[in-house]
Write a protein that binds this ligand. Structure first.
Ligand code: CP
Length: 312
């Protein structure tokens, strides 16, 4: 049985982006997540420190992993959770995001989780609400809880986040996961590489201190972590893409190509995966190399830690 634990404080009221967190904040979240991971292995997974508190999940874009893990995290902590059904909401009658925020605010939530297609929407909504706001992925800006669960997973295997070579590969242009992972891993002392075909070059590349590669094999050479990204078809407007098969031949990770990374390299992917497009299906399922399912499992513990800290 786990003993009780003191919930630490961090420097931020909201979780809007990794760029706003200090190294100390990140360490506190990851340390508390270790406690919740152990708790989640017990028969009774509940740790009801948020009884009587209300969390609203406001997801304007589809989600499986993030939405469900936030809901499980909130329930295991004893909070009441409302998942707002966007399709059935007054947004479909033309209500604006700011009016929706004011409306939700009038019902006194204790925390709001938001996923949205627009950059900075979490920050916008945080200015209109009294309670903490968590960015659950917005536009191409940030997806901070994904980077935290990725860091937790890396730490579990590598015991450090320092001096690792992390190759983030694929659709860098549209990936909020890549940006949050860049901020987190460079803060913690690892070396991040952006590996992408030329048509997925990030428009804001000058902001990042990274080595860049346009060839997948060169980009993963000697890496400790190979993080593949989903092609964000929903954000691609004017780029002509190769066929799925041609993309896989050029940019899909296979067990054979992975041999260029370190022999103990971890294969990661935030999901959902496009099998045999970004990653060979059998490699995605190879538990000796791929930690994709562990990333999902760790998402619950990391989100429990985030909620507990922000609602302390
Ligand atoms: N990784 C991630 O954000 O997955 P979902 O879109 O399923 O939440």
């Amino acid at each position: 049985m786990t003993q009780d634990i003191e919930i630490p404080k961090i420097s931020q009221k909201h979780l809007l982006g990794i760029k706003y967190l200090s190294i100390d904040d990140i360490n506190k979240i990851l340390e508390l997540a270790i406690f919740f991971k152990l708790k989640n292995k017990e028969k009774n997974k509940n740790y009801p420190i948020l009884t009587g508190r209300t969390i609203i999940n406001l997801f304007f874009e589809p989600s499986t992993r993030t939405l469900i893990s936030f809901e499980i995290a909130a329930k295991r902590l004893g909070a009441d959770v409302i998942n707002m059904n966007i399709e059935g909401s007054s947004l479909r009658k033309g209500e604006t995001l700011s009016d929706t925020a004011h409306t939700i605010g009038a019902m006194s939530p204790d925390l709001v989780v938001i996923r949205h297609s627009e950059d900075n929407s979490a920050e916008e909504i945080s200015k209109l609400l009294e309670c903490p706001v968590v960015n659950a992925g917005e536009g191409i800006n940030e997806h901070p809880t994904q980077a935290l669960l990725d860091a937790f997973t890396i730490l579990d295997h590598k015991k450090t986040l320092k001096d690792l070579i992390v190759s983030i590969c694929g659709d860098l242009e549209h990936s909020r996961v890549a940006r949050s992972n860049y901020y987190l891993l460079t803060k913690m002392g690892s070396k991040v590489r952006f590996v992408y075909p030329k048509y997925f070059e990030p428009k804001d590349l000058q902001k990042y201190k990274v080595e860049t590669f346009n060839n997948l094999i060169e980009g993963i050479m000697g890496s400790d972590i190979v993080m593949m990204l989903r092609i964000q078809n929903e954000r691609i407007m004017d780029t002509e893409l190769p066929s799925a098969n041609d993309y896989f031949l050029e940019y899909g990770l296979t067990a054979e190509k992975l041999e260029n990374a370190k022999s103990n390299a971890l294969v990661m992917h935030p999901g959902p995966i496009n099998r045999d497009v970004e990653i060979e299906s059998s490699l995605a399922d190879d538990v000796n190399k791929s930690v994709i399912n562990e990333q999902v499992e760790n998402g619950v513990a990391v989100r429990m830690a985030c909620l507990a800290i922000l609602m302390k």
